[in-house]
Design a protein around this ligand. Structure first.
Ligand SMILES: [Zn+2]
Ligand SMILES: [Zn+2]
Ligand SMILES: [Zn+2]
Length: 319
């Protein structure tokens, strides 16, 4: 058997356990980003299953003034062919204007708006809502991400939004052969063709990311504003000076370390990340939905979680 095939077979047996979200590369050599204009991104996403478009507007400088909905509707009416195809408009807490539509033509028109009520604006979309992510292993380090992207787009009907190399766990500056690929659209094929091989792919779901200072899952270590907590007993001292005879997890109060892989809080976070991914929510929206109705939310997603990586939306579109 060709050594490359052996390598591929081995790679599918691996798990995603040792890959952390904060290990993504941000250096340009290890990051490819599409230069597509927003309306082209929306078109590519729609060609591949996306059908909900939430477009955010903010003033190009300063804040948007508070506007009456009537003023806004009148303003949009002259800009769009059919303003009724907008589902709703809303001001967000961050003083941004959200325009939602399920109509592609309207989404394109909206994304081309350059000013609202005469105020110059910039617009954006929540990328989670119009993209899907999958992991590729064994991408040689000497292969540029531009070359990888060209090959993927030439051999498959996908359009790539971003490709990032993961960085090594031990030394965060060293790129690895693992590449996270983000494509436009919500349909992910089960296989892709790459360098004449057929590779199985699946929706990439983040692994829980834990602060190494206070053990919270809600922020990375670099953004932690809390006191350092002892991993063993949950008190405020460093682990070397711990004299506690018993273990006490700061997160769930159970008799284990705060970093225990079986901690129920970690399991909850895993479910949360799966929920976020399958529902295509941003972190902020997913956390908010969780706070509103956490219990019913967790019970709703349990059955999906048991299915491993096969998601209902993927299964429905399988060839
Ligand atoms: Zn922290
Ligand atoms: Zn301690
Ligand atoms: Zn625990």
């Amino acid at each position: 058997m060709n050594p490359a095939v052996v390598l591929l077979k081995m790679s599918t047996a691996h798990t995603l356990q040792n890959i952390e979200m904060e290990d993504w590369a941000s250096h340009s050599k290890n990051l490819f980003s599409s230069k597509l204009a927003l309306h082209d991104q929306i078109i590519c996403a729609a060609q591949n299953g996306a059908h909900k478009f939430n477009i955010f507007f903010q003033a190009a400088s300063g804040n948007l003034p508070q506007l009456y909905p009537k003023q806004l509707k009148d303003n949009l009416t002259v800009k769009l062919r059919n303003v009724k195809l907008i589902d709703h408009i809303q001001f967000t807490r961050q003083n941004r204007l959200l325009i939602s539509t399920e109509h592609l033509e309207t989404a394109i028109e909206v994304s081309n708006i350059k000013a609202i009520m005469g105020i110059p604006t910039v617009c954006s979309v929540i990328s989670e809502q119009i993209t899907s992510r999958f992991l590729l292993r064994n991408v040689p380090l000497e292969t540029s991400l531009q070359e990888l992207t060209d090959e993927l787009e030439a051999e498959n009907t996908i359009k790539i939004h971003e490709a990032r190399r993961f960085l090594s766990d031990k030394s965060r500056n060293i790129a690895t052969e693992n590449v996270l690929v983000t494509t436009y659209g919500t349909n992910l094929p089960q296989h892709i063709k790459l360098w004449l091989t057929r590779q199985e792919i699946s929706l990439f779901i983040d692994k829980p990311r834990q602060c190494r200072k206070c053990f919270s899952f809600s922020h990375p270590t670099s953004k932690c504003k809390n006191e350092s907590i002892c991993e063993i007993c949950g008190e405020q001292h460093n682990i070397q000076s711990c004299t506690s005879p018993t273990m006490n997890c700061i997160l769930c109060k159970g008799p284990h370390k705060a970093t225990d892989l079986k901690c129920p809080k970690r399991e909850e976070e895993r479910k949360f990340l799966k929920f976020k991914c399958l529902n295509r929510l941003s972190f902020i929206d997913a956390r908010r939905k969780c706070q509103i109705d956490c219990c019913s939310w967790l019970s709703t997603i349990s059955p999906i979680f048991d299915n491993g990586f096969t998601t209902p939306s993927l299964a429905a579109h399988a060839p």
